[in-house]
Design a protein around this ligand. Structure first.
Ligand SMILES: Nc1ncnc2c1ncn2[C@@H]1O[C@H](COP(=O)(O)OP(=O)(O)OP(=O)(O)O)[C@@H](O)[C@H]1O
Length: 239
């Protein structure tokens, strides 16, 4: 795949693994500015490993990762963050800190110029967090806690938010809440890369990549994916 001038993030033939075990085999994926890309895959497909190699928590053994056209493959995680890529993992929230403290910690750690203004802006996006701003994060429901994780990750005003299984541990009702929150973020110029095994997230995606056994098995639009009979059977059940 040649470097794509319009891609915000571009992974090209990425190999990664742990010790002697290779998990990812030549993974290609790109995210354009402002779009939402879903990385679908079953348990153990390598989604987390891939996201970690993108954000710099593990190093890609081969291949290239470019952010805004710049090669960041060997760059530290914090420097990738400064260039606009933020990672939201499951352990995104400090339960003992208040909601506001959580967001402020995020804004400060990620180097936002005016954390106070950013906190107000985020309350506009997630009003439920404003109402509970003095309460400890542990008092939030699962869905609300996920929203706090998203707000915290957004506090540095990234161009790309990389999310690992935002639906993990949530009931279908809370998954809907998170999807609603993500929908409200779209159209603000923010790009999202979401690794999931929950196909509910297809409704927010522009394009989909399917990872199986550490290899990209499919990439295309949601319509193209549901038009592919084998994938349709595997991910949507029998027609
Ligand atoms: N720190 C680690 N050390 C060794 N092997 C690991 C490590 N983390 C993950 N693996 C292995 O790498 C493979 C891919 O795991 P990974 O967590 O990337 O998959 P995943 O698609 O995110 O799965 P899940 O949906 O269950 O989180 C698995 O075989 C897993 O056991």
């Amino acid at each position: 795949m040649p470097p794509d001038a319009t891609a915000l993030l571009e992974a090209e033939r990425v190999d990664a693994g742990y010790g002697t075990m290779q998990v990812l085999w030549g993974v290609d994926l790109d995210v354009r500015a402002g779009e939402t890309v879903l990385l679908l895959g079953a348990n153990g497909a390598g989604k987390t490993t891939f996201l970690k190699s993108l954000v710099g928590l593990i190093e890609a053994r081969n291949g290239h990762i470019r952010l805004g056209g710049e090669d960041v493959t060997r760059m530290r995680s914090s420097d990738r963050m400064k260039r606009g890529m933020t990672y939201m993992s499951e352990l995104a929230v400090f339960p003992d800190l208040s909601i506001e403290e959580n967001i402020r910690v995020g804004a400060q750690a990620l180097g936002h110029a005016d954390p106070g203004a950013r906190v107000d802006e985020l309350y506009g996006l997630f009003p439920v967090l404003r109402d509970k701003r003095r309460d400890p994060a542990s008092s939030l429901s699962g869905g609300q806690r996920k929203m706090l994780g998203i707000a915290k990750a957004l506090s540095a005003d990234p161009k790309l938010l990389v999310m690992d299984e935002p639906s993990a541990g949530l009931s279908p009702l809370f998954v809907k809440e998170v999807i609603r929150a993500l929908t409200s973020l779209q159209g603000r110029g923010l790009a999202l890369l979401i690794a999931e095994q929950n196909i509910s997230f297809l409704e927010v995606a522009t394009r989909v990549f399917v990872l199986e056994g550490g290899r990209i098995r499919f990439s295309g639009t949601v319509a193209e994916m549901s038009g592919n009979e084998e994938l349709h059977r595997a991910y949507f059940g029998l027609k």
